[in-house]
Design a protein around this ligand. Sequence first.
Ligand code: FES
Length: 136
Amino acid sequence: MMKYSEKVMDHFRNPRNAGDMSNPDGVGKEGNPVCGDMMEIAIKVDDDKITDIKFKTFGCGSAIAVSSMITEMAKGMSLDQALSISKEMVAKELDGLPPNKMHCSNLGSKALKNAIENYKARKAGKEVAAEPLAVE
Ligand code: FES
């Protein structure tokens, strides 16, 4: 049986920053090719800092814990700091993930990166279509 850390169980049971955001400044989606699960992260940005962040996921328990943790880590960070959050950093903050669940951690860091790219593209005046991600 797989063992999850206390922190994973805590974030899974009481996810932080879950839900919808109205008028986000950036939205990023990511699909997981390993399991087909999906994640969406929305951010509000002020003065190049992430002032608010929300996630929604159709993912497993680890994906929920990962998204919850990454939103806590990213809140208040500058965009550059947030971009440097890796899946390993998130897993470490959660006191580890089982090896076969590391791909779930990837989902969170990728979705956050996509949200930041989306914000930057919008700021640069590019029209960005909020296409739902096709999951194979
Ligand atoms: Fe799909 Fe974890 S099994 S995100």
